[in-house]
Design a protein around this ligand. Structure first.
Ligand SMILES: *[C@@H]1O[C@H](CO)[C@@H](O)[C@H](O)[C@H]1NC(C)=O
Length: 247
């Protein structure tokens, strides 16, 4: 009983909070649309339903159905199965509104990413920059810069698909979608982290989302989450990404 309670408290302390998991990051829809009531629409609905169902058992899955149609979801590596499936269900609901009748769509919440398309994107590396946000450029003391650089160095060096670390006041998190091979993931994250350093400079926080990986660092104590930082959004050849104000 006591053990259970301790475990519950520990997980409440370490698990990402509910609101953070559900926060909208970006979404995008392909320009081509399908005809309402078509077989393609059925395929989209069944693919998205299957993705939501499989999110109860795994943090990543990919599916292909007749259409042809491909899809995947990727939850943040430290989400429990119930958090992951809630996140994916919410992402699918939002995608349905944002990308009504679109042949392809993608949506990133803080806790999960979901994408479907008729072009085969599974296993294909894609380093298109989608969102970049740099915190206020207030500069960092040399101690702080050391901490920031240690976090980024760890995120870059750790060979995992999901990476988190903390050094001093700085926290960092990075992740690839599960369809990338370890070398592809490494290549994507190396690029992302290099861009964070070069393009954000000595910011107290920064986020960068490429099409198949992201890296972020922040100082939880100083509320430096880059809410008012610079936003960068680039049109994608196939997807028009939308950044809502809620982010
Ligand atoms: C897709 O999923 C199948 C089985 O679920 C797996 O064997 C395959 O490696 C996955 N492909 C990619 C690109 O992730």
């Amino acid at each position: 009983m006591l053990l259970l309670l301790v475990a519950a408290i520990l997980s409440a302390m370490t698990a990402p909070s509910h609101s953070a998991v559900d926060s909208f990051v970006f979404g995008g829809c392909s320009t081509p649309k399908y005809t309402a009531g078509s077989a393609y629409e059925n395929s989209v609905n069944s693919l998205l339903t299957s993705l939501v169902n499989s999110a109860a058992f795994a943090n990543y899955n990919n599916l292909s159905v007749e259409g042809p149609l491909y899809g995947l979801f990727q939850c943040r590596g430290d989400l429990a199965n119930d958090q992951c499936s809630r996140c994916v269900a919410r992402a699918v609901t939002q995608l349905g509104t944002l990308c009504l009748d679109s042949c392809g769509g993608a949506l990133q919440l803080e806790g999960c990413f979901i994408k479907y398309d008729n072009a085969k994107f599974l296993g294909v590396e894609d380093k298109t920059m989608v969102v970049k946000k740099c915190g206020a450029s207030v500069g960092l003391t040399s101690d702080a810069l050391t901490g920031r650089d240690a976090v980024l160095a760890y995120l870059q060096a750790s060979g995992c698909t999901f990476r988190t670390t903390q050094y001093g006041d700085f926290h960092g998190v990075a992740q690839c979608t599960g369809d990338l091979s370890p070398p592809e993931c490494q290549d994507c994250l190396s690029d992302a982290i290099q861009r964070l350093k070069n393009e954000c400079g000595p910011s107290p926080s920064a986020d960068i989302y490429l099409a198949k990986c992201y890296a972020r660092y922040y100082q939880p104590a100083s509320h430096s989450h880059p809410n008012n930082g610079n936003r960068f959004l680039r049109p994608h050849p196939a997807f028009v990404y939308t950044l809502l104000l809620r982010y």
